[in-house]
Design a protein around this ligand. Structure first.
Ligand code: ADP
Ligand code: MG
Length: 349
């Protein structure tokens, strides 16, 4: 397995930028998710890494070797990366066994070793009993596991996955998350996993790169993205809650900021001394009747064990969890604590 390095990587299609100055280092064995809305450049970054596209400028290093940029270009078949697409791309006329063996045949791996490695890959993906089936005799989840086995069998330096679960239904997606996690723990593969689903990214990845319009906005561990977003885009795209403008009114001795939210002074953590916005997650909200911030209940959904409320506070929509049902239209008191404040001069909130 190998580390992956993007340096000032840009890609234009007919003069139109799809990726702009991407800089990121992915450690060997790390599971990284590329998260962002449709059209933000996720697939383009994957295709550049695989060698299906040439960068317009910048470089890509894989395992310390420059594979693209500065006049270098290593073709896809020599990069040693495995790729899993959302449309499984299996050979329809080959059995599961033959599909998985194919990358080893291409690499002229001798038959005894080939058989051993195919058996291992099938076992790891829970497919040993399906070796002789044809792809048409498999469910969507099983086909995606064949694609995974086929890419793992040749011991790739990195595994690239482009929305691999997009074609599966919700229940199957959840069970496939466990397959991917297990796959990653067993293989210690360097993985780059593209998704537009924030739940999937937060659940699976060691670190998540949040992308928008061809740029990486923030690249951090899931809990850092959730708790300490750098701007309004990340705060709004990752996790529940509201992003509202807030002015600073003071600072405590413990270096906590005091910010003005809905006309109230609230303590906030921050990486800046001049925040412009706060992010209000459900965990920061305590509902109590005598709290000065008043909010009207917009919706109340039972989640099993607790209720998810959406609330209108001064025109902003907050999300809170409650142990009891609330009536729509009812007014509740909202107490805010431990907010995260950040500076986003470009925000149009
Ligand atoms: P994502 O995977 O995040 O949805 P893509 O990487 O597929 O986004 O696309 C990023 C941008 O680049 C989009 O605006 C898309 O239209 C454009 N793009 C991607 N591939 C090509 C191509 N081969 N030719 C022209 N434009 C492309
Ligand atoms: Mg895509």
């Amino acid at each position: 397995m190998a580390e992956l390095n993007f340096s000032n990587l840009s890609k234009k299609f007919d003069g139109v930028p799809a990726l702009h100055e991407i800089n990121a280092q992915i450690a060997s064995g790390e599971f990284v998710a590329l998260l962002g809305p449709s059209g933000c450049g996720k697939t383009t970054l994957l295709r550049l890494t695989a060698g299906f596209e040439h960068p317009s400028s910048g470089t890509i290093h894989l395992g310390g070797d420059k594979v693209a940029g500065d006049g270098h270009f290593v073709p896809p078949e020599e990069r040693g990366v495995g790729i899993v697409f959302q449309s499984y791309a299996l050979w329809p006329h080959k059995s599961v066994h033959a599909n998985v063996a194919y990358p080893l045949e291409v690499r002229r791996v001798p038959r005894p070793e080939r058989e051993a490695r195919v058996a291992e890959a099938l076992a790891l993906t829970g497919l040993s009993a399906f070796a002789n089936r044809m792809p048409s005799q498999l469910s969507g989840g099983q086909r995606q596991r064949v694609a995974l086995a086929r890419c793992l069998v040749f011991d790739p330096r990195a595994v690239l996955l482009d929305e691999p679960l997009a074609n599966l239904d919700l229940a199957l997606r959840a069970s496939m998350h466990e397959v991917f996690s297990l796959f990653h723990r067993r293989t210690k593969a360097t993985m780059l996993y593209v998704t537009h689903d924030q739940g999937e990214a937060l659940a699976l990845a060691d670190r998540v790169a949040v992308m928008e319009a061809g740029k990486i906005r923030q690249f951090a561990a899931p809990e850092v993205l959730y708790r300490e977003p750098v701007d309004c885009f990340v705060a709004g795209f990752v996790g529940d809650g509201a992003v509202v403008s807030a002015g600073i009114t003071g600072q405590t001795r413990e270096n906590r900021l005091v910010v003005n939210v809905f006309g109230q002074e609230v303590l906030s953590r921050s990486a800046t001394t001049e925040p412009s916005h706060v992010c209000i997650r459900p965990e920061s909200i305590t509902l109590c009747n005598d709290a000065p911030i008043r909010a009207r209940v917009l919706s109340c959904t039972y989640l099993g064990g607790r209720f998810r409320l959406t609330l209108d506070a001064a025109g902003e929509t907050l999300v809170a969890f409650a142990s009891q049902r609330a009536a729509i239209g009812e007014t509740l008191g909202v107490k805010l604590n431990d907010l995260w404040a950040f500076r986003d001069p470009g925000a149009a909130v």
